[in-house]
Design a protein around this ligand. Structure first.
Ligand code: PLP
Length: 408
């Protein structure tokens, strides 16, 4: 008679005792296998192939003064921990914290800085990152400075002020500039600074910042990691076990932990990360070449194109060029209006990294808050459009673009 009902609650609880078993099961996994199958078929209660979703906010003690592996959902949750493990493996880190958003992931790091600690960030960083740095600085929690991180001289000069944290974002949004992560990490660490890389645009499938010398990889899991535009989540992956441990405790202190269902959905999305990335990237390369040759297009920003200023650095530090690009139209803002009125197959929306293709106009959408002067300085022009390439058939994507460009 098969045992259908577990005999005790303890049987139902995937405890941290399970982790050694999981570890054995997945020790030699290649990254694709980790993404597709980390935690698969490890359910001790029913042999569920898909890891179960644990929604409970609290856990029964085994007895007086005898907590089990989990006691309260803010401190730990089996579903969230499984995703954290998978992400840590993919990024080659010690462990990870899964946060309720990408901004919460960044703020997890910033929150541990002291007053007057300096953060060095790229002058063309994600708009939300800049807004958060400004808000924290206004409250006196930290100071920050923006530099052009492709200017090594300027970067080295800024390091003389001994920043506590150097923030890198590569490729950058929306201009797809690539920063030499290994070189900057070496310089920063020699100056005693910790280095965090926002790896949202490429995901660990195409870039592993920790292997290039960074201390932390951070993610908006909202984008490629989940990949289906139905979750807001983030993650910080730490290279060192002690740092990972401290960040986990800090997430428990501040409550910056993702909901179990969001973690479960993100793990489900992660299963297809490599397949999505490789397919979306293939289409992106075709589209970048097509746009590059089109008379209505002035310039394409995609590091996969051989004449992109950072093509060589990108080839060296990335395993691919990704599925994001931007381009400028010859006809200025009137052309942008006509293009967006006629384009098909791309949805006009913010965000990126999903299975559906999106088009965004940074100056009026993602980068509106920056203001015209800062946009001008960063090189974000009013005729710039950003594309996130999804999984639609390449012919449909090209036909959709052609309808837009034909109207320019
Ligand atoms: C979207 C994004 C963020 C912020 O992530 P949320 O999940 O929206 O909070 C941070 N960095 C980059 C590069 C992003 O694209």
């Amino acid at each position: 008679m098969p045992r259908l009902i577990p005999t005790s609650h303890a049987d139902l609880m995937p405890s941290r005792d399970l982790l050694p078993m999981l570890e054995r099961k997945s020790r030699s996994d290649r990254a694709e296998t980790t993404a597709a199958a980390h935690g698969v078929a490890t359910d001790p209660a029913f042999g569920s192939v898909v890891p179960p979703l644990y929604l409970s906010s609290t856990y029964e003690f085994a007895g007086f003064d005898t907590p089990r592996a989990y006691d309260y959902g803010r401190s730990g949750n089996p579903t969230r921990d499984l995703l954290a493990q998978a992400l840590a493996k993919l990024e080659g880190g010690a462990d990870a914290v899964v946060t309720p958003s990408g901004m919460a992931a960044l703020d997890l790091l910033l929150g541990r800085l002291r007053r007057n600690h300096l953060v060095l960030a790229p002058h063309d960083c994600y708009g939300g990152t800049l807004r958060l740095l400004k808000a924290r600085a206004d409250l006196g929690h930290l100071t920050f400075r923006l530099t052009d991180q492709r200017d090594f001289g300027g970067f080295e000069a800024a390091l003389s002020d001994a920043p506590a944290l150097v923030l890198i974002e590569s490729p950058s949004n929306p201009l797809m500039r690539v920063t030499d992560i290994a070189r900057l990490s070496t310089l920063a660490k020699a100056a005693g600074s910790a280095v965090a890389v926002d790896n949202t645009f490429l995901s660990p499938a195409l870039q592993q910042p920790l292997s290039l010398g960074a201390d932390y990889a951070i993610h908006s899991a909202t984008k490629f990691l989940n990949g289906h535009s139905d979750v807001i989540a983030g993650a910080v992956i730490a290279a060192e076990p002690q740092e990972a441990h401290d960040l986990k405790r800090w997430a428990n202190v501040t409550g910056a932990v993702a909901a179990p269902f969001d973690a479960w959905l993100t793990l489900r999305g992660l299963r297809t990360l490599f397949a999505r990335m490789s397919s979306q990237e293939r289409s992106a390369m075709t589209i970048a070449e097509y746009l590059d040759a089109h008379p209505a297009v002035r310039h394409v920003h995609y590091a996969g194109l051989p004449d992109h200023a950072d093509h060589e650095v990108a080839r060296r530090q990335q395993r691919g060029f990704g599925a994001m690009m931007s381009f400028e139209l010859e006809g200025g803002v009137p052309a942008v209006r006509r293009f967006l009125a006629h384009i098909r197959c791309f949805t006009l929306a913010e965000s990126l990294g999903g299975v559906e293709s999106l088009v965004a106009h940074p100056a009026t959408m993602t980068h509106l808050d920056m203001g015209p002067e800062a946009r001008e300085r960063a090189g974000i022009r009013d005729e710039l459009l950003r594309l996130s390439i999804g999984l639609e058939h390449i012919d449909d994507l090209m036909e959709g673009l052609e309808l837009g460009l034909g109207a320019c």
